[in-house]
Design a binder for this molecule. Structure first.
Ligand SMILES: Cc1cc2nc3c(=O)[nH]c(=O)nc-3n(C[C@H](O)[C@H](O)[C@H](O)COP(=O)(O)O)c2cc1C
Length: 333
């Protein structure tokens, strides 16, 4: 049975995961008797305007679940994961058994003894940060791409490379989304951004101004501008790359279990990229509008649903953004 301190460390590692607007929409409960950790959605941190179906919420929680698996494997506690184990309780997103007596039923992921790569990703958990800086006009090597494709594949998702026309379309769709003004989404951005050093430097949730990156003068990298029209001191303006390396993460289906898998796959790709010295950012703009999300999908591709757009390249890592203290998200029973 893991000690309380070990469980606290595992949850600290889990919560380093990315989440939409850094809302951290998760809660953990440790059942000491059975050595099981429950991962629950926190609906008070949902985004009704930008994410009415809670797809992005599940993706963030899936990323936290993946970090938890990596951290457990690293601690020598092979995790046994069940996704959405209780049909009557859909807020219970996953159970992770850390004891030698896994629960009944089929495991959702291979026993980590057979998944050697998991523990090796551990150093990347706290090194990975969203980078809203310009990246070099430089592609990735074949072996780097192959490792990322493999990372998504291991988690049951697909990484797709847009062709030239598809990339143009994708960038147009992001621009379209950026140009739409919706009061509900604007309010959510305002609620989840922290402006002014006094607020930003101590915030344990939301996107702090020091993580906004510079204002874009030109270039086509789809980097979200969290400031909008609000002034941010000392932010600077700069050119971004004109041909960003974008990849689409897709799944065959579009149900909560697929979103949790997509979140795990996304985090596995991000950690692998970080381990390879690459910088990453995410773009969900165009996926937050159902009409645009349909168009993001290449009709010729075999992938059913696009879950995330990732930008991966050579550039500076983003800054560390803080998380809520573990005692606020973890309870022991
Ligand atoms: C579902 C989802 C959607 C996201 N969408 C965007 C986005 O459109 N633009 C962006 O800059 N970051 C996006 N992010 C990244 C979050 O803003 C980021 O993870 C969060 O602020 C915490 O920062 P960190 O990734 O550096 O730890 C998204 C993350 C998730 C999980």
């Amino acid at each position: 049975m893991p000690t309380d301190e070990t469980v606290q460390q595992l949850v600290t590692d889990a919560t380093a995961a990315p989440s939409m607007h850094n809302a951290q929409p998760w809660r953990f409960r440790c059942l000491r008797d059975s050595g099981t950790l429950e991962l629950r959605a926190d609906p008070t941190r949902a985004m009704p305007a930008s994410d009415p179906a809670h797809r992005a919420l599940h993706i963030g929680c899936g990323a936290a679940l993946f970090n938890l698996r990596v951290a457990a494997a690293h601690a020598g506690l092979p995790p046994d994961v069940r996704l959405l184990p209780d049909y009557a309780d859909r807020g219970l997103l996953a159970t992770v058994s850390l004891s030698d007596n896994p629960p009944d039923g089929l495991p959702d992921s291979p026993a980590d003894g057979t998944d050697d790569g998991l523990a090796q990703l551990y150093p990347a958990i706290h090194r990975r940060h969203t980078s809203r800086y310009p990246f070099a006009e430089q592609g990735l090597s074949d072996s780097q791409w192959a490792a990322l494709v493999d990372a998504a594949d291991r988690e049951g998702a697909v990484l797709l490379f847009p062709s030239d026309w598809h990339l143009e379309l994708l960038l147009d769709l992001v621009q379209d989304a950026e140009g739409r003004d919706d009061p509900g989404r604007r309010e959510e951005i305002a609620r989840w951004t922290r402006l002014g050093p006094a607020e930003a430097d101590i915030a344990t949730e939301g996107v702090p101004e020091y993580a906004f990156g510079p204002h874009k003068r030109d270039g086509r990298a789809p980097v979200r501008d969290f400031a909008g029209r609000r002034p941010v001191a000392d932010r600077g303006t700069t050119s971004f790359e004109s041909r960003p390396n974008l990849v689409l993460l897709g799944t065959a289906d579009d149900r909560p279990a697929d979103w949790l898998r997509a979140g795990q796959a996304m985090e596995r790709v991000l950690l692998q990229a970080t381990l390879d010295g690459l910088a990453t950012s995410l773009t969900s703009h165009a996926l937050e509008w159902s009409d645009l999300r349909e168009l993001v999908r290449d009709p010729a591709s075999a992938v059913g649903f696009v879950q995330m757009v990732l930008r991966i390249g050579h550039g500076p890592q983003g800054p560390t953004t803080r998380r809520r203290p573990v005692r606020e998200v973890l309870e022991f029973v």
